[in-house]
Structures are given as C-alpha cells and as structure tokens.
Design a protein around this ligand. Sequence first.
Ligand code: ZN
Ligand code: ZN
Length: 326
Amino acid sequence: MSLTIKFWGVRGSLPSAPPPTDWTYHVEGVLRNFFSAGYRDPSQISRYIQSLEVPQVGGYGAATTCVEIQSPKGQLILDGGSGIRNLSERIMTGTTGRGKGPFHIFMTHFHWDHVIGLPFFTPNFIPGCEVHYYAVQPELEKLIRGIFQRPYFPVPFEALKAKIHFHVMEPRKPYQLEDMTITPYKLDHPDPCWGLKVECGGKAYAHCVDTEGTRITREELGEDLPLYQNVNLMYFDAQYTLPELAEKANWGHSAAQVGLDIAIREGIQKVLFAHHDPGARIEHVQELKRQTKEYFESRQRFASANQNSLPPVEWDFAHEGLEIVL
Ligand SMILES: [Zn+2]
Ligand SMILES: [Zn+2]
C-alpha cells in the first residue's frame, strides 16, 4: 500500500512567475556556475544540470495550490489553484486516455489562489464525466457555481457538461473514498480554512495550507491536534520569514520554523514547506531554507546540550512538479 503525492502548484496568494529580467539574471548565474564548477564541454551540460536540485535551475514554480494523491484504488485532488491546469492536461492527454473520472476535488477554502484553476479543469466540460466537490463550508455549491459566472468566466455553471456533485463534509469526521480516509481539521486562517488529513494503509499525509499556526501547543490545538499526529508527510504554509510573520499577524500564513516545531514535537517524518509568496524568487526561497536550517541546527544543538536528541525530521521547500511516494 502506498500513497503517491504530486504537487502541481506550490505558490501562495497569486500565480506568479519571475519577470524576464529576473530569469536572465538567474540563467546567467547557472551558466557561470557551469564553468566555475570546472565543466567546459557542452556534452557535460546534462550531467551538470542533474547534479543540481530542481529549483536551483528551474525555480519553485508559478502555479498556486493543487495537490494530487493517488492510492492503489483511488485518486483525489486537494484544492483547485492554477496548478490544476497542468494536472487537467495530464488527465486529458495521459497514457490512460481521456479521463472520465470520477474526479474528487477537496477544497480547503475558497480564496482566489485555491479556486482560480477550476475553470481550467477540463473534465468539468466533458459529457459523461463526473466531478465531485467536497468542503466543510456549507455554502460549497453556491461558491463553486459562483466561479463559473459571467463576467468573471464566459461559461456559466449551467452549461458545464459533466455531472457535478457536491458533498459538504462534517468537521473532524472521517470521510471514506475507496481505500482512502479524508478528515478535515481547522487551520488558523482569516476565512475558515480546513486542513485535510489523508490516510491509506497506515500512511498519512497532512495538508496544512493556508494556516498561520497561531495555535501551537497540544492544548491550544485541542480537537484539531490529530491533523499533526501519526503523519508521514506534512505540507505546511511557510510563506513568511519569522520577522514577516510578526509584521503580518492575522494575514493567515506562517513560517517554516513554526511547522518545524510542530513536526519535531509530534514526530512527523517529513515536512514540505510551501505557499511561497508571489514575490519570492528562487534566491528568496533558498534564503528561507538557509534560515530554517539554521533554526533546525540550533534546536539540535540545544537538545544535545540537554542530553536529548531530536526525532529525525526530514524537511525541504516544495517545488512544482515534486512527487513523493509514501
Ligand atoms: Zn492560499
Ligand atoms: Zn487563503
């Protein structure tokens, strides 16, 4: 039994690609490093590129939140950010043929960056296709209908050819879909936002965007604590640095250090930080990564000074297209 988790969009707030001048500067740096690393011949380019981490060359991606989870028996999609467009393309052109579904889309909340891709999810327009939308928010149907509406989008909801179904979920109540169990828990965000825990065959993924992480202790988290417990992979909102987090209180986003503290306490195996700021370029995210490493190492030093050791939490910053198998 395994879960395959693919991140089709990892940016927050607004789809955002670096402008051409930033790319030119970045490409210049990559080329300079080719030579300073001792390479000379064009035949070595592939080897050089493969020696680097994906974001060092291609960046972290432009698309907003969309995660696909595949289990041995089923598939589900978390959030409909602009990343869902590329997923839709894979569904429509993939080797398995034009997907008929059913497709299951679970929504954390309805901020623009989590719904902006839905009109570009082609199965919505295919006759005979089934698309199921799920959310805790009781106004789910009205909110989805509102996306397919003139003058914001030329095709009204009534003209969609797929069979669309809506499922309002109960907070903290497990929902069974094929071999997966999906449970919504409350996150800390200005408009109600529900993190999703997806479990299958003893593996668990926790989808924790968008959240400010204002409730940290087990007591504060209360009935939402299980979202962070017995988790193999946590996807956590790390839009800000710690000083930015202090400046932007109540904006609903967090910092990697907050997620790391929770992961260390709860023994989460792996953490991916995401919801990168629309203005965050490659170098900026790499600086966040450096600060997170410094913080993690300081916690390790503190633990060993007290004859303790930290659980072996693996962590990184997510990039678009990343795939993890649990
Ligand atoms: Zn968001
Ligand atoms: Zn939001």
